[in-house]
Write a protein that binds this ligand. Structure first.
Ligand code: 3PG
Length: 404
């Protein structure tokens, strides 16, 4: 049984609240701290943190930023400052995660206030995978649990990881799903009950992931149609024998040597449900040029789907009960090649229910300023895992028997 904040006695309780505010950072000037380049993930958690404070909780927020050794591996001072602006009750910052100072900060929290503890990944154990029992014996969980009364997982976007802050605390504390987690599970966990026909729009450059999603949803009877675009669409065109040109083929092969084979197998099994682009857009002399398949191969790489594809896909989306978007249809970062993504995503909002996968897809929606979707997921890898029908370790850990 997964309990939510509705089941939690918040007043006066010390709550460890795991969120995912892992965000892109700007470059920062020389000697300047790096600032958040996008605060969407912080905004997503505002309701959970505010509600827990308003209900008199003492909220210790746990989060990570980047990966050890990576460019965006950083402390959480900028995140705390931004959360303090976004959430009405005060949000402080503590530059330790489970040190004596950090524990004292948590113990001395006033009811109705919050503190963001330091990047959990500053501690090596947090970047390892554990079974829950072993995760409960890590320093983070062992030292922090005694000063907490309950644990809330709102970090849907990290819940595909078996890290201590995700799977360890539910072993030592009563655990609850936060509001972000609750909503994600409601939508992505119940895709099979969403209105039919269900149309998946799969694009982007993570070709193998998209092929896995397509195979899984087609085999499980979840998808009535799969519309392909982006590098994914190009892989399907190559698999279908279209000679796109060496430049496009190189991009596909760079992403995955298995992609064309995987796409071909899927076409063999489900050709009637998988839709391929009818035209592509390339850059020629600084201009967008759309080419029908008969006009290929092209010397330039295909960077977007063309108007004929958009029109055909929009017709399918028009009748969709549910449209599920994962991955852009082209290089949406370039104004010349954002058109396909913009028009297809806009068509998807006309489906009865429209769902946007997280990560790059949510970033495309924000960059293009698109609105009108029923659900925009906060998770990249986690959303993808849910869409392929896998369960998430962080969600399994929340599934606890009744506690006395
Ligand atoms: C994400 O950005 O997908 C989550 O924050 C998880 O981060 P990770 O892929 O570094 O574990």
């Amino acid at each position: 049984m997964i309990r939510t904040l509705d089941d939690l006695g918040v007043e006066g309780a010390a709550l460890g609240v795991r969120v995912d505010i892992n965000s892109p950072l700007d470059d920062g000037g020389p000697g300047e701290p790096r600032e958040l380049a996008d605060d969407a993930r912080l905004r997503a958690h505002v309701d959970t943190v505010r509600e827990l404070c308003d209900r008199g909780g003492r909220v210790a927020i746990l989060a990570h930023q980047g990966r050890p050794g990576g460019d965006d591996f950083a402390d959480l001072s900028a995140h705390a400052a931004r959360l303090d602006e976004l959430v009405e009750p005060p949000v402080g910052y503590c530059d330790g995660t489970f040190s004596a100072d950090a524990r004292a900060r948590v113990e001395n929290l006033d009811a109705g206030s919050a503190v963001l503890l330091e990047n959990t990944r500053f501690y090596s154990e947090e970047y390892m995978s554990f079974e829950p029992e072993r995760a409960a014996a890590t320093y983070l969980v062992e030292r922090l649990s005694p000063v907490l009364d309950a644990y809330v997982n709102d970090a849907f976007a990290t819940s595909h990881r078996r890290q201590p802050s995700i799977v360890g605390f539910p072993e030592t504390l009563p655990a609850y799903a936060g509001r972000v987690m609750e909503r994600e599970l409601e939508v992505l966990g119940n895709i099979g009950e969403s209105p039919e026909p269900r149309v998946y729009v799969l694009g982007g450059a993570k070709v193998d992931d998209s092929i896995d999603v397509a195979r899984s949803v087609l085999e499980r009877g979840l998808a009535d149609a799969v519309l392909t675009g982006g590098v994914v669409g190009n892989a399907f065109l190559l698999a279908d024998g279209v000679s796109l040109g060496a430049a496009s083929a190189a991009v596909v092969n760079e992403r995955s040597h298995e992609a064309v084979k995987g796409a071909g197998e899927l076409l063999d099994d489900f050709s009637h449900r998988v839709y391929l682009p009818r035209d592509v857009a390339v850059e020629r002399d600084g201009e967008r040029v759309e080419l029908d398949l008969e006009e290929l191969p092209a010397a330039e790489p295909a960077l977007d789907v063309g108007a004929r594809t958009v029109a055909a896909y929009a017709e399918v989306l028009e009748d969709a009960g549910t449209a599920i978007l994962n991955g852009p249809a082209g290089v949406f970062e370039d104004p010349l090649f954002e058109v396909g993504t913009r028009e297809l995503y806009t068509a998807a909002t006309r489906a009865e229910t429209s769902i946007v996968g997280g990560g790059d897809t949510a970033a495309a929606v924000r960059k293009l300023g698109l609105e009108g979707f029923d659900h925009v997921s906060t998770g990249g890898g986690a959303a993808l895992r849910m869409l392929t029908g896998d369960s998430l370790p962080g969600v399994e850990a929340l599934d606890q028997p009744e506690r006395p």
